[in-house]
Design a protein around this ligand. Sequence first.
Ligand code: SF4
Length: 332
Amino acid sequence: MLFPAGVLPFPVREFAFELALCAHLEGGEGPGGDALLSRQLGAHVHGRRVVDVLAVDPGPEFAERAAITPERIPTAAVEADVGPGRARYWKDAFDCHPERAERAKDLAVERGFFEAERRGGRTYVRQVARYPDWFGSLVAIENKPDLGRPGDLEMQLRTDVSLGLVDEVVLATASHVTRAHLNRIPDEVGVWRFDPETGEREVIRDATPLAVDDPGVEVVESYPGRTDVRVVGSEEKQRARRRLAERAYGKGWRTFDYPACAQCSPDDDGLPQCAWKGRSVRASDECGTSCAGYEESEAVAVDTDSLRAERSPWEPEPAGRKRQQSGLDRFG
Ligand code: SF4
């Protein structure tokens, strides 16, 4: 059911809206058809912008990426001067803080992106596979179910467009969208009207692709009467895009808990549906003995990895590409 802005007859909670939209987009309904979805990701370079939903379209070498690890590959490991050829002493290969380098090296080995070998008491690493060109378009979706309570929406969307870190920015709402609403947001931002109950999505306006290969201008702080910005170069942007795509790959969107309450029964998409409230609930905020509908129970166990694997190209158990299982992962 869709409503005029500001007159929602019941609170259309942003959380429930967000989960319903992710469930709708995952598995063929999303931008690009088989996009990988993730929620609540930092989509900034120097600022503090967090996007509600990110849709990552698979790129030409997606299968190669999926074959490495289901988890995030650390940015510092991707950027390290380590190739698939000759192994290098790991401390010579990183150009960042030693603790960050060591952590990235350990994670890259643990997750099968690096393989390690010991020589003369030192750990040498090489890439198991060249880091692939695995993602295409990045689409950031800002959820604002009720346009009557826009908060910082206008500023957030202007920041996203001006930085141009993602290929497209979309506003998703359950409200009726008026000409006045459209006039307040940048022309480049696409607009969807989405009904979380029926799963109907109407494209009110298509997004205009942003200039992701060009430098952008990022709002880093905003005070009354003053806005601090920084220019972000194109190379810095490409690195931030890769970091964002990696985070999305590793994180996914079913990152919520299920409440220990008999009223909650997850639906086919794994959404934490509460029969008492008639919608998805955020267990950490809404559930427990202070809720009038609470009925103590074991929290249901949902295999969210299996759901994600069935409905998206994410691979939970890749065979891996390690040339040898030497057990050297344990060495520092
Ligand atoms: S605690 Fe309340 S909101 Fe949470 S599942 Fe139970 S009835 Fe629903």
